[in-house]
Design a protein around this ligand. Structure first.
Ligand SMILES: Nc1ncnc2c1ncn2[C@@H]1O[C@H](COP(=O)(O)OP(=O)(O)OP(=O)(O)O)[C@@H](O)[C@H]1O
Ligand SMILES: [Mg+2]
Length: 242
């Protein structure tokens, strides 16, 4: 499975989603080997993970040059691998191939849109778009759909994930209803991610939300997201995540 996490808008939860989805897949044995590719020059995803071993694993520039690469193993999370970010990606990059041993690749992109985004969205099985349920979130969705149409990309690859969501807020319910009307329950994912300070804390500790706050709502939500994307049966509401 090839997933590209994309939203032109910054700070919407792309890196958080990529990191925690990977751990949620592995935690439930829905994947054997997940490679995270850090496409953002800010390298937030790379910084968010604990040390990698060996430090000589490939970076995203190697990967995008079309080489078959080995991603580095992330310490303490068997099966989690990283293609390090921060490297200068050549404009002549020819595009990705599956890294050695990976059954899932999750690409965290930088905010904005470039030729590389087009290549990656074409390569992906699914393009996962995290957004905040507000007016700017909606306008970001409209822009993303326009870009897809402009570049002949398949709109049915798009999946929208509401982040920092609160079902108690009228605004959030309203935005959710509008997206549901437009995209239906396949593309507007029925799982949402709550707003929680535990998310920011976990990033600071180099842990996934599942390791950091296993009993919290966000851990259950990311586990449910992983099951949904892996095509597993829907989550049981009271299931323990410990
Ligand atoms: N569900 C959440 N609840 C609370 N805080 C969150 C949540 N999701 C993300 N955050 C916080 O919001 C900030 C931005 O998140 P993140 O870095 O994942 O966004 P991004 O879309 O990758 O940003 P950028 O566009 O800069 O790459 C981070 O400080 C993160 O910890
Ligand atoms: Mg990011």
């Amino acid at each position: 499975m090839r997933i590209v996490v994309q939203n032109q808008k910054g700070g919407v939860g792309k890196t958080t989603t990529a990191r925690n989805l990977a751990s949620a897949l592995l935690h439930q044995s829905l994947a054997r080997s997940v490679v995270l590719a850090d496409l953002d020059p800010q390298a937030h995803l790379t910084q968010m993970l604990p040390e990698i071993e060996p430090s000589s694993g490939a970076d995203v520039a190697d990967w995008l040059s079309g080489k078959v690469v080995h991603a580095a193993q992330v310490k303490g999370e068997p099966g989690l691998r990283l293609l390090r970010g921060g490297a200068q990606v050549a404009p002549s990059s020819i595009g990705p191939v599956m890294p050695v041993g990976a059954d899932w690749v999750i690409v965290d992109t930088a905010p904005g849109w470039s030729d590389l985004t087009v290549t990656l969205c074409g390569w992906a099985d699914l393009v996962l778009c995290p957004l905040e349920p507000d007016f700017l979130g909606l306008s970001g969705v409209a822009r993303l759909c326009e870009r897809f149409a402009e570049h002949g990309l398949a709109l049915d690859k798009l999946r929208f994930l509401l982040c920092r969501h609160s079902a108690r807020l009228n605004l959030h319910r309203d935005v959710q209803a509008r997206l549901m009307e437009r995209f239906g329950s396949t593309q507007l994912l029925p799982v949402t991610i709550s707003n929680s300070v535990r998310i920011s804390e976990s990033a600071g500790f180099g842990r996934s939300i599942i390791a950091h706050a296993p009993e919290g709502a966000c851990a259950s939500e990311f586990l449910a997201l992983a099951r949904l994307l892996a095509g597993s049966p829907p989550p049981e509401p009271e299931r323990s995540v410990a």
